[in-house]
Design a protein around this ligand. Sequence first.
Ligand SMILES: *Cc1c(COP(=O)(O)O)cnc(C)c1O
Length: 358
Amino acid sequence: MTRIIHAVIDTAALAHNLRRMREISQARIMAVVKANAYGHGLVQAANALKEADALAVARLDEGLQLRAAGIRQPIILLEGVFTGRELQTAAECNFELVVHAAEQLRLLELDANKHAFSLWLKVDTGMNRLGFRAETFADVWQRVGALRQKAKTLRVMTHLARADEPSEPMTAAQLALFARLTRGLKAETSIGNSAGTLLWPEGRGDWVRPGLALYGVSPVAGRLGADFGLRPVMTLEASVIAVRRVLQGETVGYGGAWRAERDSDIAIVAAGYGDGLTRQLPSGTPLRIEQQTARLAGRVSMDMIAADITGLTNIRVGSRAQLWGPMLPVEQIAAQAGTIPYELLCGVSQRVPLEIQV
Ligand SMILES: *Cc1c(COP(=O)(O)O)cnc(C)c1O
């Protein structure tokens, strides 16, 4: 069925990108599916990522949704748990836990080995968001080791703050610190997110944690997913619901923000900020309609945008407009809006149905 707006999810591309990240990294893959798989549908994405060695989510609820859908892969909670009750739930669901703070370590100690977890000890090498500070690492390692049950694993991870900047010295410093802290430890490691994996061969570890790259999108400014052999997974499409002529000097939309410099043809497309388009998109932002490039004209409304289609042919009510997708990289649309593709993809709202293409 053709809906007025929908996001087509190409699951073959998702599987391709997973293989590609494996080829690049030569490491095990923890596929990051937090935030509704970056807007691609949590369970549907997980189903297309069956070959991943593990799935990673930010929050307990996301893990529960995956288990409720029958997903049996290892699932890592990237933020860990915060109460004894959550710890209990995590044990029942066989979640693996990131341990990044003293409070979480205490929770595990209080649990006194009632449950055996696979743990990912997170050390902070400069991001200063989550993770134990480097100078406490040796002590923390001892404590986690003491409570670890034999059957379960203990691994070490860190997160890079500026891996998307190819010549940024901070990354080398983070990697050097992590290497020093983990030298001689008999534990698997995990370092790279998408950017760390793509740009820093030494920034991977035994496990990589790609999110954005799996969805076919580049985390590096000025580069596209295709530059890394990735294929975009999401195509956001909406219908033209009206076509009109405006005369030179007339304006279009709220605030009169776009003025016709000549008599112009305008297509109204059923996609707005209520669907996840950002109002920061400026006039002139490209969209594809009937294999041609149209340009956003005026402000993004809640349910609609206007596109200047002057000189284009064959565009009528019912034509489909592509807001982003294979012909229109979301990296470029995000740049137009002064944001990052992560935010646009995660922002696709509840009312946009996902059409899963297998
Ligand atoms: C979200 C997240 C990732 C994935 O990041 P991408 O840039 O999307 O690849 C990896 N690791 C952690 C800890 C994260 O929070």
